[in-house]
Design a protein around this ligand. Sequence first.
Ligand code: SF4
Length: 198
Amino acid sequence: MNLLEKSQAVETLFLELEEQSKQFHEEAGMGCISGCGFCCSNPEVPASVLEFLPLAFDLYEKGLAEELAAQLAATKSKGVCVVYRAQSDDLSKGFCGNYAKRGLICRVFGASARKNNKTNQKELITCKLLKSERPAAFQEVSTRINSDLDIPLAPAYYTRLKDIDEVLTALQPVNEAIFLALELVLRYRYDEEEEKAS
Ligand code: SF4
């Protein structure tokens, strides 16, 4: 698979997850707190290059890839996700500036579960805010995902991501992953142009 095909395979995987997550949210009746950007305000969000290839290709198509890569290089990829649009001084409120192309980590949070190896029970992957602000709903959903409520399993999606390209699934802070994804896409498109011209 070339880089574009890998990106397309990631998008196909995301579509499948979106379907499953949508069904889960509809049946669970519990989603993120409106306007909350708590998760995105963490500069250490662990992400891989592979899950951000669709974002990098999209930014390239929009003519924004070079500018953003330069911006990330200048800041050494420090700080909160470059795509995040904060709406409060403490950064805890805001929204994703490219929701359609967000990474896998952004999709599994609040919409998937992992298995606890000791108890063999599924545990909802969510944030401490939701647990503290909606304790009753959190408890109910935590119980139901082990009985009658289907929920995507995050580790299964990470395994399938690895099946596309294991090397590109190494985890690093989100901006570093986006930066490296942009560099790969810029190089890929450059090589493509060179090939056409020769
Ligand atoms: S890509 Fe969007 S959802 Fe993911 S961390 Fe960045 S701002 Fe948040």
